[in-house]
Design a binder for this molecule. Sequence first.
Ligand code: 2AL
Length: 168
Amino acid sequence: MPAALTPAAFDALDPDAAASVVAVWAAVPAWIDAVVAARPYGTREALAAHADALARTWTRDDLDAALAHHPRIGEKPRGTGAEAAASRSEQSSMSAADATTAAAIAAGNAAYEERFGRVFLIRAAGRTPEPMRAALERRLDNDDETEAAEALDQLRQIALLRLEAAIA
Ligand code: 2AL
């Protein structure tokens, strides 16, 4: 991953450069613009608090937009960009998954996509494969509204962790 920026350096970036940084956290266009436009923040805490508050207003359309950028759990993120690097790091515990758990997650991913029409999303950092499998199987029983809210909350958690890794 690129070296972390200080809050002052983030505040001083030109808007396009700042938007490229924020886009890695979550590919939600209106959120990216709003996070960039509210600079300067001065501190990482102020930036994180504002980004978090705005992320709590995300809609299902935002979820669909952002999900195009998240590889499936258990699918090795390809590419050299910052998003792929973040996904690889977040999903690193999957390299130690046993074959049964890996197969159950692959089957669960397929069932989830059939049921909800989008990729299953979970904040993978800090989770080992087995709890991710359990969450996937539990969430398959959610109704559409409950599941969209859970997925949006996971997307928000991923964005905040990426922000905290990117800003010193
Ligand atoms: C991911 C990912 O790439 N990073 C993460 O925390 N979750 N993907 C996913 N489908 O949940």
